[in-house]
Design a binder for this molecule. Structure first.
Ligand SMILES: [Zn+2]
Length: 545
């Protein structure tokens, strides 16, 4: 009985873990690596068995860094079941199709370039058909119901906030007469969010795998969601007084619905005296679909506040003056209408999508405001604007930044260090070992140390390829489908160093790729140097294995 850590090890994307008990083989999450060459660099080669041998995937939530490679797993031969909560299954149905669509478009664009350069054509990493087929394999389950998946495996989902339908998963495994229980936290939400119910602790487990995105940081607790709402109301009021638009780059799934909830409250409480009947445009086909899924989801998924609203027969994220745009004609019409309004559009970091058109039409207007309601990764257009750029390039045009730029406080969808620890401490019995994943190096290391020093947990931050035997408690390293005994300490150390260097290169590549848009000669030089370093590094990796 063993667990093999594959992805989100000392990094935050590509969540995937392999589980084996007796002859049964499972995956927990099958996420996409995000960052450099997102559309070509995905591989599932680290899974120790063929995709067709995997009997089931247990999915924590719908974000693509946890679910985005399911269609690829299908393409490689997986035909088992995907167990997820009902809301996760519904959200995946739109998100995986969107992902496949982007990849098909990207491949088409690349192939036009390949053709002109006389290079061979390549296909997308997976197609819309792969996505459609894997969606058929989903088995939706409610929260808190223990279900037998195989003769020797039972699972149970519990709410952890973070995103509609997000769950931690309790997994009971049996091999012969022995049994073990392992819990995967998934991504744990920031408690006290307006829409989704707070994370629930789990009773007990032998082993826990916990995320650590904010494992070494604390959120500003005084800035709760109410402050976020009041701050937003003030921004709306002063922007409308100036006759401008409020443009909010927003993730289509999750953040958009949270903002709609606040906008409804702001209207209901009359917090915008300059324009009480303000109009709101949701300009993203996926946001519109996701909003419909939120509206069809059972009450148990939501916070007490939302349940109370639903019980009064009201709609928590719909109000008079809300307009949705699905077609591109509807989208274009928003900018020819001169009246002040709120525009919510994707992508959340302004790297793609319709938001870029709205920025083009509003950034140069001193009367408009751009509001950031989510984390902006270094190197994205969103971060460039947050950092005070005076001009940016959009669609090949230089656009002056004259609009007001505002960042709302405490909007994180992830629990901070103390809330992560509180979730773990909610267990009635201490696990034998806590594995820390889903965090950058510093977060993993510091959170693991924090848990050990302050609460006495045995902790471990596994690297990709680490194998843990759930019966004997032994750690080994998986290479190309075989066990290799960890015979010397030196070997373990060099393996760790190797992984650390590799993940540092990946991280640099991500930063540089994101910066390339706003590039100059120096960045190009740096890109070249990093790519050369990575190339040098790759063949060595093969040799070591
Ligand atoms: Zn997530």
């Amino acid at each position: 009985m063993r667990v093999v850590f594959l992805g989100a090890t000392h990094e935050v994307t590509g969540s995937m873990t392999y589980l084996e008990a007796g002859k049964h083989k499972f995956l927990v999450d099958c996420g996409m690596e995000q960052g450099k060459d997102i559309f070509v660099n995905q591989d599932l080669e680290d899974i120790p068995v063929n995709a067709s041998e995997i009997e089931a995937v247990f999915l924590t939530h719908a974000h693509v860094d946890h679910s985005g490679n399911l269609p690829l797993l299908y393409k490689r031969g997986f035909r088992g079941n995907v167990y997820a909560t009902e809301a996760t299954a519904n959200l995946c149905a739109i998100m995986l199709l969107d992902c496949a669509n982007i990849q098909e478009q990207e491949a088409e664009w690349k192939n036009r370039k390949n053709k002109r350069a006389g290079r061979e054509e390549t296909g997308p990493i997976y197609s819309m058909d792969d996505a459609k087929e894997v969606i058929k394999l989903f088995i939706p389950l409610p929260y808190d119901r223990r279900v037998r998946v195989e003769e020797n495996c039972e699972i149970c989902f519990h709410n952890v906030g973070h995103l509609l339908g997000a769950a931690c998963i309790e997994i009971w495994l049996k091999e012969g007469r022995q049994s073990r229980k392992i819990v995967f936290s998934g991504d744990i939400g920031n408690p006290g969010r307006p829409l989704i119910a707070d994370p629930q602790p789990v009773d007990k487990a032998d082993y826990v795998v916990i995320e650590s995105t904010y494992g070494n940081r604390l959120h500003e607790k005084s800035a709760g969601p109410t402050i976020y709402m009041n701050q937003l109301a003030e921004v709306l009021d002063r922007t409308f007084k100036r006759g401008g638009n409020v443009v909010i780059p927003s993730f289509a799934v999750g953040r958009t619905q949270e903002l709609l909830f606040f906008l409804r409250e702001i209207k209901a409480e009359g917090l915008v005296p300059s324009l009480p009947d303000f109009r709101v445009f949701v300009d993203s086909p996926m946001a519109v679909e996701a909003t419909n899924i939120f509206l069809q989801t059972p009450q148990e998924y939501f916070s007490d506040e939302v349940r109370a609203i639903l019980e009064q027969g009201q709609n928590p994220i719909f109000f008079d003056g809300l307009n949705v745009s699905v077609t591109s004609e509807e989208s274009i019409a928003i900018n020819s209408d001169p009246d002040p309004k709120v525009i919510l559009s994707a992508s959340g970091m302004c790297e793609a999508g319709r938001i870029r058109h709205h920025l083009k039409h509003n950034l140069w207007r001193p009367e408009s405001t751009i509001v950031f309601a989510g984390y902006q990764t270094a190197g994205t257009l969103g971060r460039t604007l947050q950092d005070g750029a005076e001009s940016v390039k959009l669609f090949g045009e230089d656009i002056a930044v004259k609009a007001e730029i505002v960042t709302l406080e405490n909007t994180s969808g992830h629990a901070d260090r103390d809330d992560l620890a509180a979730w773990l401490n909610g267990m009635k019995q201490k696990p034998k070992m806590v594995f820390v994943n889903h965090g950058e190096d510093d977060s993993v290391n510091e959170f693991a140390a924090y848990l050990h020093e302050n609460f006495g947990y045995e902790t471990f931050g596994p690297y990709s390829g680490t194998v843990f035997d759930l019966l004997s408690g032994e750690v080994t390293v998986e290479t190309k489908g075989q066990y290799v005994e960890e015979d010397t300490e030196q070997q373990v150390k060099s393996r760790s160093l190797f992984d650390a260097l590799n993940s540092a290169i990946k991280r640099l590549q991500r930063i540089v790729t994101a910066m390339r848009d706003h590039s100059n000669k120096e960045i190009e030089k740096m890109t070249k140097a990093i790519n050369e370093l990575a190339d040098k590094f790759e063949p060595q990796e093969e040799e070591e294995k």
